[in-house]
Design a protein. Structure first.
Length: 132
């Protein structure tokens, strides 16, 4: 059986091919159960890291002396907002994984390669759409 070049490029022994239609326009293969478990663990680990960061930062904000400058307060609040945004992205990734929307680019609909998802498990877009 002759596979499309894109499918072969991302082929991994634990990936599950889903047929020609899934490869239209390039992209990756459907995720296997083992890959989904690994990605869930990555998302959950990053979630825990971000919650720990948010907790530490929140405590630090309350411990800041009143006389610190507005610039410092603004920087701390921006950092907190960044952590909160990453938590939302991780939560959304877990939700997409739970209802089988995970791994498909939200802009073009292509399946993303496992390696891309492994590097950035909360990714919503393929590299082509992200970089466009």
């Amino acid at each position: 059986m002759n596979k499309p070049a894109e499918a072969t490029r991302y082929r991994r022994e634990d990936a599950v091919p889903v047929g020609e239609a899934a490869h239209v326009g390039g992209g990756g293969l459907a995720l296997s159960a083992a890959q989904k478990v690994k990605l869930r663990r990555l998302l959950e680990a990053r979630w825990r890291e971000q919650v720990a960061d948010l907790t530490e930062m929140s405590i630090a904000v309350h411990d800041l002396p009143d006389e610190i400058g507005r610039d410092r307060q603004r920087r701390v609040l921006l950092e907190l907002a960044g952590v909160h945004q990453r938590l939302r992205g991780l939560k959304d990734g877990l939700a997409r994984l739970a209802d089988d929307r995970f791994g498909r680019c939200e802009a073009c609909g292509r399946l993303m390669p496992y390696e891309h998802l492994e590097a950035e498990p909360a990714a919503r877009h393929c590299t082509r759409c992200r970089d466009a």
